[in-house]
Design a protein around this ligand. Sequence first.
Ligand code: G4P
Length: 281
Amino acid sequence: MEFQWYPGHMSKAKRAMQEDLKLINVIIELVDARVPLSSKNPDIDPMANGKSRIILLNKCDLADSSVTARWKKYYEEKGFFVALVNSKNGKGVKQVNEVIQSACKEKIERDRRRGILNRPIRAMIVGIPNVGKSTFINSFAGKSCTKTGNKPGVTKGKQWIRLNKNVELLDTPGILWPKFEDQTVGLRLAFIGSIKDELSNQYELCMLLMQYLGEHYPKAIPDTYQIEPAENEVELLERVAKRRGCLKAGGEHDLDKAANYVIDDFRNGRLGCISLEQPEK
Ligand code: G4P
């Protein structure tokens, strides 16, 4: 399966982000905990020169916790501050405040030495589409936060969310583009639904997902659908179709429909907590 991506409008977005980055002290980058490498765009790294960096492994409720723990260590070893969050139910979101304080410790101390007290840390959320940026901002900012408008000396039109007396967040996230010269990365992003489904053949995508699950989580499909394991993916999908009552007009199994169920069930965590990639040893 071949994926293509046309990032034509992205050069404009990239320039806008470079401008925003000048205003902030810390970059909070969201990645999908199921694919912490494939959902990270390394192009942000050269732009992030000198900023404190935080990686949030979001949607950690959908990923395999033992693999996620290894990803946390992986990114910490690369110098990032890392936290696990579930933006949907808010788990881990409050702790991000502490992580920001730790990531900006040097700046806070520098300010203090210069006699600058209580200058808030400015933060910005970035990430590829669908990784959960808006959900995180809503959960993190909560209802009690105040929005501050244009400030003297700050680019016109920027809105900041005052999270507490120490932290301000730029209210619009920076959108990074998925990056995949590598087709495996494209495939993983298609599995989690970050690449538009029109670009991919659902049946083929499901076959590849089932192949991965067969190798790494062999019980996921049989246990979820209460079916017997099968010799190969086609046979297994036929069993899913039978169990889910996916039939065509003539009574034949509707494998396309069953494939859609499997993909949807995977994306919503109904197949269990599954990670699609592991940190290199
Ligand atoms: P974006 O701004 O980065 O593009 O992403 P957005 O917040 O729109 O989130 C994309 C989808 O991911 C949403 O689902 C959202 O609910 C879901 N999501 C975000 N964070 C988490 C998380 O930590 N765990 C889980 N399980 N899901 C998360 P949706 O289906 O598009 O919308 P909805 O039906 O949930 O409203």
